[in-house]
Design a protein. Structure first.
Length: 289
């Protein structure tokens, strides 16, 4: 079945970016001049999906405003002749149909996905975690949709990570089917290197069948007392089958301060209006060391 809906959970507290996130949702922190959440929504659109379901929590209203029509701002900019800016901001509200559901308590990512059940119903859907940004020739969600369409199952994105970093990720135990494609046998949340069944990690992009909901509904709180998506995925893998696709592209973990800075530099270096001057600045700074 065609994937028509994408779930983006944004109900987390964003504690790693305090104090910046005390009054501003971390998903609105900019990657150069575009809020991170918009970069993720653009990946959804470029993958051919038209409906976004945001799972929100307290203090996240500004994200919905960002995707809403802003009459006063557009009117003022039009009167000032700033038509290019009017186009840039109105394109956002035209871009996508955004539905939001409130996760009343932050009980974990697995719980946030379960909250989406009422609007997903019984069709497969994409999940994108907005802490992970990709620069990719083919949008990563589209790469997964292509694999899912061929095999008719759920597919999770995989990236290779160094063994000393497995404790930061969900890690799969898998059986290779072909180059870059694995049958997922089990998943472990944040294992230390010596316990990790592989170095294939989940970077926050998934195509899931509706069967995931029944598994999440019976998943007990795990690591940190939260309902973990990884535990629901492990049940899904055992009962319905699940594939892992090593995705092509550069991934940035913008939930991490260093990753956030790297994403900003990387995106800026690729911009014709900023890249050349930024490159000269970085070269000058580095030559001082
Ligand atoms: P994280 O574990 O990174 O938590 O959530 P966080 O609150 O976003 O950030 P830190 O670690 O405190 O800085 C992973 C993803 O799951 C969502 C988050 O919004 C993020 O997209 N999430 C997490 C929820 O939607 N609900 C939850 O209860 C927990």
């Amino acid at each position: 079945m065609k994937v028509r809906k994408a779930v983006i959970p944004v109900a987390g507290l964003g504690t790693r970016f305090l104090p910046a996130t005390k009054a501003c949702p971390k998903e609105l922190l900019p990657i150069v001049d575009v809020p991170a959440i918009q970069v993720v929504v653009e990946e959804v659109l470029h993958s051919g999906i038209e409906q976004v379901i945001l799972i929100t929590g307290r203090g996240k209203e500004a994200i919905l405003d960002h995707f809403d029509y802003s009459y006063e701002l557009e009117d003022t900019l039009t009167k000032r002749g700033k038509t290019d800016l009017v186009e840039a901001i109105s394109a956002i509200s035209r871009m996508v149909s955004v539905v939001s559901i409130r996760q009343k308590q932050p009980l974990g990512l697995g719980h946030a996905i379960l909250v989406a059940q009422e609007v997903i119903g019984s069709e497969p859907f994409a999940v994108l975690l907005p802490d992970d940004l990709f620069e990719a020739r083919i949008p990563v969600t589209r790469q997964l949709m292509e694999t899912s369409a061929i095999y008719g199952t759920g597919v999770v994105a995989l990236i290779e990570v160094p063994r000393e970093l497995t404790h930061r990720y969900g890690i799969i135990d898998g059986e290779q089917m072909e180059e870059g494609l694995y049958r997922v046998l089990d998943l472990v949340e944040k294992p230390d290197g010596d316990r990790a069944p592989s170095t294939l990690a989940l970077p926050g992009r998934y195509i899931l069948p509706p069967a995931i909901f029944k598994h999440l509904a019976v998943t007990r709180p795990g690591v940190n007392g939260e309902i973990q998506l990884t535990d629901g995925l492990a049940r899904l893998a055992r009962e319905e089958g699940l594939l892992g696709r090593v995705v092509e592209g550069t991934r940035h973990d913008i939930g991490d301060k260093l990753g956030f800075l790297q994403a900003n530099i990387s995106f800026a270096l690729r911009r014709p209006d900023l890249g050349p001057e930024l490159r000269r600045y970085l070269e000058r700074e580095l030559s001082k060391e």
